[in-house]
Design a protein around this ligand. Structure first.
Ligand SMILES: Cc1cc2nc3c(=O)[nH]c(=O)nc-3n(C[C@H](O)[C@H](O)[C@H](O)COP(=O)(O)OP(=O)(O)OC[C@H]3O[C@@H](n4cnc5c(N)ncnc54)[C@H](O)[C@@H]3O)c2cc1C
Length: 342
């Protein structure tokens, strides 16, 4: 098995790359960073300028190209996998769109290579031992989680739209595309994990009594600096969501949730976190959960003992200032924004 993750660049009938390509690249890059392997785009033609722009935006180099164009409807091609031309060892993971092409090419390729296939997925990530693939079940009433050991090569077809509209990766604290470093640059990727200096006293978030966690709402330097300042004032550990880890804002050991750590702090402050179930399962019975979110409808407010509806760039400086004045957090938090719930 090659230490690579392959992403097939899906195309529409007009030959143009479809939006699900960005979703595949997003999931692929998060996993490539987690596993410390290379992410490789696979295509069947010489990249046009649109393809190059896309790959540049995601920090990827030259795609690997099939020796001949793939039939858009592989079944009509006698049943051979259009990806067979890639030959050799399978990668750790092949990601395809669950579109007309991927629905057929994925299973054919998986059968030819003797690789496990999970089709129609809504997301794929990994914990320490397994790939964890989410897929709808029972007519989309539930989401089933399929686990596949990391040692098994895997193919996954991803439902278009499942991840949502993902723009090219934002810049992380180093001013680089947050998820750019891959494969040969894995050493560089590991350097990016040092964004928050590891303090031996607070490395294990599972044991932390106070946690300030942040999510996608806080993905820029200024916001992360504010989160760190708040944590410092509170004597808290900084943690975050899966996107925070996937996109290089946080070491993976600081991710809270289903595929991260389970924490049981006395105080959990959630900044710019929506409160998705896969994140919330990682927070066990906090005595105090304080949520800061600009969206009054954010699900996190359903679990928060104290909710502050507001922009973190306004709320956090006020909280920090009040803590500096010796005021307690819960007692004054409402003053920093609209108090939603108590
Ligand atoms: C199989 C699988 C396993 C997963 N495991 C995990 C896991 O272990 N842990 C985990 O966290 N997730 C996990 N996820 C992902 C999870 O489903 C969610 O996608 C993720 O938790 C959302 O992260 P977020 O809250 O950072 O981002 P979003 O859901 O995008 O939320 C960002 C929030 O920031 C708010 N915001 C934006 N700007 C501001 C501002 N200026 N001020 C204040 N608030 C602002 C927005 O209102 C929004 O609510 C998993 C998913 C799958 C499919």
């Amino acid at each position: 098995m090659k230490d690579e993750i392959w992403v097939w660049l899906p195309r529409g009938q007009d030959g143009r790359i479809t939006p699900v390509a960005a979703e595949l690249l997003y999931e692929g890059q998060g996993l490539a960073r987690r596993l410390g392997v290379a992410l490789v785009a696979i295509t069947d033609r010489v990249p046009d300028s649109e393809t190059r722009t896309l790959l540049d935006a995601w920090g990827l180099g030259e795609p690997r190209q099939l020796s001949q164009p793939a039939a858009p409807h592989p079944l009509y091609d006698g049943g051979a996998s259009p990806l067979a031309g890639l030959g050799g060892e399978p990668p750790r993971l092949l990601l395809l769109a669950d579109d007309a092409f991927g629905k057929v090419a994925g299973p054919l390729w998986a059968a030819e290579c003797g690789v496990t296939l999970v089709n129609g997925a809504t997301g794929v990530t990994a914990d320490a031992q397994n790939y964890v693939v989410a897929r709808p079940s029972h007519g989309e009433q539930f989401e089933a989680l399929v686990t596949v050991p990391l040692r098994s090569p895997l193919a996954v077809t991803l439902l278009p739209g499942a991840v949502g509209s993902v723009a090219a990766p934002p810049r992380n604290l180093h001013g680089q595309p947050a998820m750019a470093a891959q494969g040969e640059q894995a050493g560089q990727a590991r350097d990016q994990y040092q964004i928050i200096p590891p303090d031996p006293a607070n490395l294990d978030i599972a044991d932390a009594e106070r946690i300030v966690a942040f999510g996608r709402g806080a993905f820029n330097r200024e916001a992360v600096a504010l989160v760190e300042q708040l944590a410092e004032r509170l004597g808290a550990v900084v943690a975050g969501t899966r996107p925070a880890a996937d996109e290089g804002w946080l070491p993976f050991e600081r991710q809270v949730g289903l595929t991260g750590a389970v924490v049981q702090p006395k105080l959990y402050v959630a900044v710019g976190i929506s409160g998705a179930p896969y994140h919330m399962v990682g927070i066990k019975d906090p005595e105090q959960l304080i949520a800061i979110n600009s969206d009054p409808e954010a699900p996190i407010f359903g679990s928060a003992k104290l909710g502050i509806v507001g922009d973190l760039y306004e709320v956090l400086p006020r909280l920090i200032a009040e803590l500096d004045e010796g005021k307690g957090l819960a007692g004054n938090a409402g003053a920093a924004g609209e108090k939603a719930k108590q």
